[in-house]
Design a protein around this ligand. Structure first.
Ligand SMILES: C[C@@](CO)(OP(=O)(O)O)[C@H](O)COP(=O)(O)OP(=O)(O)OC[C@H]1O[C@@H](n2ccc(N)nc2=O)[C@H](O)[C@@H]1O
Ligand SMILES: Nc1ncnc2c1ncn2[C@@H]1O[C@H](COP(=O)(O)OP(=O)(O)O)[C@@H](O)[C@H]1O
Length: 266
């Protein structure tokens, strides 16, 4: 069986406070985008994991797909699998690629072995693997709160716009990015701001990671500026970075980026 885990962008991100468990309460809108990895599993005599495409930092044994398999195997009688992940979603990007792979692996196991897990049960498993992992069980636009693993429906459809996503040659660690931010309660909750027309987002919707991440990596700020120069209605870094997206009324004429930048029209 083969599934195609998708990426997400964050539209607005407020970091509200630091919790006793070291995590942060936040509010954000997760919006799925059609940029995908490919994840395949077939029955085998021994458990095996390999990947192709973008090189994943760290050791293969720590891959979130294997963590998902081992977690579900504690509760269900699963056979050994040969797992192949083709990686296209940039890493250290704020696009949730690793979390998406893990969530889709839970979905794959559920479907392939008829585990009869409903959405809520799969989300409970996913939450154990990462704060934004549960989002990818349904992968529909949501307002997320708590650690980023509690959801409310949000009515948001950007299909009339042209979305451009650019990954600069920088890797931002999510844990490091949190260390750079001073939490604060916003004047207006994101759940209200997201109802504004896209043309007004520039003035009102912010990502709290940008200030400190831009200070450390000024090229991300430069990238944001160049998308506004190209006529974007709204530009933001996604999550803790480093990817930046622009929302345009029509497909834009972009400046030429160095080949170390990866540009996706999504
Ligand atoms: C903060 C977001 C916003 O989208 O960043 P991105 O990963 O997308 O950039 C995500 O929710 C991240 O989700 P995820 O990447 O699954 O986070 P985890 O693996 O659970 O946590 C990585 C590290 O980030 C910090 N962390 C994460 C989430 C949170 N609400 N508070 C935190 O302080 C913790 O230091 C944790 O050790
Ligand atoms: N399947 C996976 N894909 C990408 N990264 C993974 C995966 N499994 C584990 N990781 C680890 O997760 C980290 C980045 O995760 P990712 O979700 O891509 O980050 P971000 O959401 O910030 O872009 C990397 O350090 C990587 O080693």
């Amino acid at each position: 069986m083969i599934l195609f885990p998708n990426a997400k962008i964050n539209i607005g991100l407020h970091i509200l406070n630091r919790r006793c468990d070291g995590y942060h309460d936040l509010e954000t809108v997760f919006y799925p985008i059609p940029l995908h990895d490919a994840l395949e599993a077939v029955e085998a005599t021994t458990l095996n994991f390999e990947s192709s495409g973008i090189v994943i930092p760290g050791i293969a044994g720590d891959n979130l797909c294997l963590k998902a398999y081992k977690m579900i195997k504690k509760d269900f009688d699963l056979p050994a699998l040969s797992i192949h992940l083709h990686k296209k979603i940039p890493i250290g990007a704020g696009l949730g690629g690793g979390s998406s792979d893990a969530a889709y692996f839970i979905r794959l196991l559920n479907e392939k072995f008829r585990l009869k897990l409903d959405t809520a049960a799969m989300q409970d498993y996913a939450r154990k693997l990462g704060a934004d992992c549960a989002f990818f069980i349904e992968s529909k636009p949501v307002f997320a709160y708590g650690k980023g693993e509690e959801f409310k429906d949000v009515s948001l459809d950007l299909s009339a716009y042209s979305l451009v996503l650019i990954m600069p040659p920088v890797f931002v660690s999510t844990a490091d990015a949190f260390r750079g931010v001073k939490p604060r309660i916003p004047e207006t909750p994101l759940q209200e701001l997201i109802k504004l027309p896209v043309e007004q987002w520039k003035e009102h919707i912010r990502n709290d990671f940008e200030e400190s991440v831009f200070r450390t990596y000024p090229i991300i700020q430069g990238l944001k500026n160049s998308l506004y120069d190209a006529g974007a209605l709204y530009v933001s870094m996604s999550g803790s970075g480093a990817a930046v997206y622009g929302v345009f009324a029509d497909k834009p004429e972009l400046p030429l980026f160095d080949e170390s930048y990866h540009v996706f029209y999504v």
